[in-house]
Design a protein around this ligand. Structure first.
Ligand SMILES: Cc1cc2nc3c(=O)[nH]c(=O)nc-3n(C[C@H](O)[C@H](O)[C@H](O)COP(=O)(O)O)c2cc1C
Length: 176
């Protein structure tokens, strides 16, 4: 197969087969893998290439336990080997909508890489209700706004459903 096509199909397969994983084994995730995941976050597109993201990497059990108190999904954070807190850096912002979209692209890149590496992870947004407390806990600068926490590790339980999405028919309103 043409390597270009093969690559494209593996991207599509990762997009379709990735599921949110919320149960992890105790097996550690190496620093090399964490760096690959972060690197994929760096390579997201951003408006004017302004790269408005900042990352905090959490492995420490005590720190994760403190973070876990700020969300209903605390058990997911405690059981994950690693969490990445993703911030929007307001010193880089030029258009809030576009900058938030760019951070979302960075998060999705990382989730896809987590999946492609045989790991599992989940995008946690509910914790944003306590974004100021999280920023304080992690020693973030005041210009950095929490956008999400990604919790990941070696999957213990991979959801056995293939995911549910509305049909294209429902979503496409114009094709001409
Ligand atoms: C912005 C955003 C916030 C989310 N917040 C949470 C969350 O706080 N807790 C959680 O368990 N999953 C969270 N998710 C994961 C979604 O529940 C999940 O992506 C969705 O149900 C589709 O399932 P799938 O990822 O397995 O395809 C979030 C996803 C996004 C994009």
């Amino acid at each position: 197969m043409n390597p270009l096509l093969e690559n494209k199909s593996s991207v599509f397969s990762a997009i379709k087969n990735r599921r949110s994983v919320r149960h992890f084994s105790k097996e550690p995730v190496s620093d090399d893998l964490v760096d690959q995941i972060l690197e994929s976050g760096l390579w997201a597109p951003s408006g004017k290439n302004n790269q408005p993201w900042k990352f905090a990497i959490l492995r420490d059990e005590t720190l994760k336990a403190s973070l876990s108190t700020f969300t209903h999904y605390g058990q997911v954070i405690r059981s994950a080997s690693v969490c990445i807190a993703v911030f929007l850096d307001h010193t880089r912002v030029y258009d809030r909508t576009k900058d938030v979209q760019a951070v979302g692209a960075s998060i999705q890149n990382m989730l896809l890489t987590i999946h492609a590496l045989g790991l599992g992870g989940v995008w946690l947004g509910e914790i944003l209700k306590n974004k100021e407390k999280v920023a304080e806990l992690l020693g973030a600068q005041k210009e950095w706004e929490l956008m999400a926490v990604i919790a990941f590790g070696h999957p213990l339980k991979i959801p056995n459903h293939s995911g549910e999405r509305d049909s294209l028919q429902e979503k496409v309103f114009l094709r001409r």
